[in-house]
Design a protein around this ligand. Structure first.
Ligand SMILES: NC(=O)c1ccc[n+]([C@@H]2O[C@H](COP(=O)([O-])OP(=O)(O)OC[C@H]3O[C@@H](n4cnc5c(N)ncnc54)[C@H](OP(=O)(O)O)[C@@H]3O)[C@@H](O)[C@H]2O)c1
Length: 182
């Protein structure tokens, strides 16, 4: 059954070190295969919204957009950056979320994902209903950081810890306590 827009959850998904580092030199500064698996499991089939730099990072290692997901990129560049590809492009985060919701609604999905990077997370945190976090239990040097998450705004609904991995990490899911979204 298809869902109305209000039923479509906007989720941010990210991996973050203890110092909130999420990237270095436009790459992820760690390799956690289970994190990549979880990312794929959660996002497959859903619209994924990202900044232009994160798309470039993905194209750098995958040589193509994420398969099985509609990619929507946000850029201030008015020119079509990736012609002859299925990548959708828009000039604002609000429009990207609206595009994602429309696609989700058409497909009967109840969730869209914002997949980075730092600039896009910072500007879209206020729109998020849910955060899927991979907490990397290390301080990591980098140049891209997730904004401050205020505990009072969020309620933990899942936590799975893997202390035996190098680096150790945990999967944490947070749901917004009140739906006083922008
Ligand atoms: N750890 C994780 O889970 C994770 C996930 C994703 C990414 N990352 C990391 O994050 C880093 C990239 O983040 P970043 O902050 O440098 O770049 P980003 O957020 O991916 O993309 C930034 C670009 O998005 C566009 N943009 C930003 N705000 C906009 C707005 N309000 N309206 C229209 N366009 C807007 C601009 O593109 P134009 O310059 O084209 O105008 C800007 O240069 C990399 O290190 C990557 O590896 C980490």
């Amino acid at each position: 059954m298809k869902k109305d827009n209000v039923d479509i959850r906007t989720s941010l998904i990210f991996a973050m070190a203890e110092n909130r580092c999420i990237g270095k030199n436009n790459q992820m500064p760690w390799h956690i295969p289970e994190d990549l698996k979880r990312f794929k499991t959660l996002t497959i089939g859903h619209p994924v919204i990202m900044g232009r730099k994160t798309l470039e990072s993905i194209l750098g290692y995958l040589k193509k957009p994420l398969p099985g997901r509609e990619s929507i990129i946000v850029t201030r560049n008015p020119q079509t950056l990736y012609p002859d590809t299925p990548i959708l492009q828009t000039g604002t985060i609000e429009q990207a979320i609206e595009m994602g919701r429309t696609i989700a609604k058409d497909k009967g999905l109840d969730e869209i994902f914002i997949i980075g990077g730092a600039q896009i997370y910072t500007q879209s945190l206020a729109f998020a209903h849910r955060l899927y976090i991979t907490k990397v239990h290390r301080e990591i040097a980098g140049d891209a950081f997730f904004p401050t998450i205020y505990d009072a705004d969020w309620e933990e609904s899942e936590c799975l810890s893997r202390e035996d991995h190098d680096p150790p990490y945990s999967f944490v899911t947070l749901d917004r306590r009140q739906q006083n979204l922008l």
